[in-house]
Ligand binder design. Structure first.
Ligand SMILES: Cc1cc2nc3c(=O)[nH]c(=O)nc-3n(C[C@H](O)[C@H](O)[C@H](O)COP(=O)(O)OP(=O)(O)OC[C@H]3O[C@@H](n4cnc5c(N)ncnc54)[C@H](O)[C@@H]3O)c2cc1C
Length: 417
């Protein structure tokens, strides 16, 4: 992807070759990844077998620290905040290589994911100098693990309906209420949350974007087990938790909605390049199963329907890849992707689900009977069964498919309501 030429966009064609500097960086990060990601971690099922365990937490914590110390965390963040100050082209190479090496990144495995992918970019735009200086380096080093506290039992799609209250008492906000469906709840040290500071105001006013230390008195965290069996999810209860205003409000009190909107747009568009590589791995796992599993007396891969579905997934993945380059170019120019991010979210969640469904269908009954990586006649493909259940939540996380379609209809297509 050559600098200065990538800006021409998808429609008019792009030069997808990387510059020599980016290729040098690729060799550098590949060397480090070859040493830091053991071959065992790349085995499909390695992390699934250890889900929710102390061992998994410790391995990933150490890896994040090592990554930071070797200069591969926050490559496109300013150097003064612990990043490398690199451009978007280097970031694209970084994302590709991390995913190619099957490093423990992304929403499921990345301990620093919510900090780096969501909170960091938001603070870079809305944070004070002091917030950037204190919080950003600790995100990258993995010293503070962040989670996102937006959803509540009565408010998910209708985010502006949230009711967790934060009453002002001198120089603190006193928080009471409940958040739920929180990724990484079990391990997080802190939460970026939306709280209601003015119950009398119009729904989208009176909301504040607040950083909450989860070790404060009055916070209780309870794990939620997902249908895949995964255990890092949870919910939090706040009982009169006293959060100092100084340093913990992002933007202004009562004006958190614009901050949240920006974060959601970043979330919908988060790392399509690494997703492309990650989902290619998942499709490769499915193709490997299709070669081994027999259907009607011959390898499943010979079935024309299976072949058509594989081809469709592959085509959608290529679309995701070029959309990723396009989004990266536009973000580098400072553009807000707005509703375009919803198209990407819809595309990647739909494609990932199609890959997982194909994997389960190839296994036949075994693909549907058990959630664990053991049992069934195709034990070696337990990870496909697990994924089939686990990725269903992706259509919901970050805003459901229906909500994305509404945004696209309204903001991109201008359809009447
Ligand atoms: C794997 C996973 C991880 C998550 N991680 C986090 C996290 O870390 N932090 C966090 O805050 N939240 C997280 N969430 C929660 C997620 O953001 C919400 O589940 C999501 O926004 C939907 O809200 P809800 O569950 O309340 O469903 P509801 O809003 O009650 O929706 C129920 C159904 O009604 C449909 N619906 C609702 N309103 C409309 C409408 N106006 N038009 C058409 N259809 C509509 C929805 O599409 C859905 O099918 C996660 C969810 C999942 C599954």
């Amino acid at each position: 992807m050559r600098q200065g030429r990538i800006g021409r966009g998808v429609v008019h064609g792009m030069d997808l070759r990387y510059s020599p500097a980016a290729e040098r960086f690729r060799r550098e990060i590949r060397r480090w990844l070859a040493e830091s990601v053991p071959a065992t971690w790349r085995r499909p099922g390695f992390w699934i077998d250890r889900d929710g365990s102390e061992e998994s937490l410790e391995l990933r914590r150490r890896w994040e620290k090592d990554r930071f110390e070797n200069g591969f965390a926050g490559v496109d963040w300013p150097a003064e905040y612990g990043g490398r100050g690199a451009d978007q082209e280097i970031r694209a190479v970084h994302d590709e290589e991390m995913a190619r090496a099957r490093a423990p990144i992304g929403p499921f495995l990345g301990l620093t994911y919510l900090g780096t992918a969501l909170l960091g970019p938001t603070l870079l735009r809305y944070g004070t100098d002091a917030q950037k200086r204190t919080i950003l380096p600790r995100i990258l080093s993995g010293e503070t693990i962040w989670c996102q506290g937006f959803s509540e039992p009565e408010s998910g799609s209708d985010l502006a309906g949230l009711s967790t209250a934060a009453r002002r008492d001198g120089d603190v906000l006193v928080v009471s209420g409940q958040k739920t469906w929180t990724t990484l709840a079990r391990h997080a040290d802190a939460m970026f949350a939306l709280v209601r500071t003015d119950p009398a105001a119009e729904r989208r006013r009176g909301i504040t974007f607040l950083l909450i230390d989860l070790t404060l008195p009055g916070v209780r965290v309870r794990p939620i087990r997902q249908m895949s069996g995964s255990q890092e999810f949870g919910e939090e209860f706040f009982d009169e938790v006293r959060v100092p205003i100084n340093g913990n409000v992002v933007g202004r009190i009562d004006d958190g909605w614009s901050v949240a909107r920006y974060l959601l747009s970043v979330e919908r568009n988060a790392s399509p390049i690494s997703q492309y590589v990650e989902f290619r791995h998942e499709l490769d796992d499915v193709i490997a199963a299709a070669r081994q599993v027999r259907k009607d007396g011959r390898p499943a891969i010979d079935d024309p329907q299976v072949r058509t579905r594989i081809a469709r997934c592959r085509a959608d993945l290529e679309l995701l890849r070029v959309r990723g380059y396009d989004a990266m170019t536009r973000t580098a120019r400072g553009e807000d992707l707005g509703a375009d991010a919803s198209v990407t979210k819809l595309l990647w969640s739909r494609t990932r689900l199609a890959i997982a469904d194909l994997g389960a269908d190839i296994l036949g009954l075994d693909g549907h009977l058990s959630a664990g990586p053991d049992g069934g006649h195709h034990e070696q493909f337990g990870h496909l069964r697990w994924r089939h259940l686990h990725v269903r939540g992706q259509r919901i996380a970050g805003g459901t498919a229906q909500i994305q379609r509404t945004i696209i209809a309204r903001d991109l297509l201008g359809l009447p309501r």
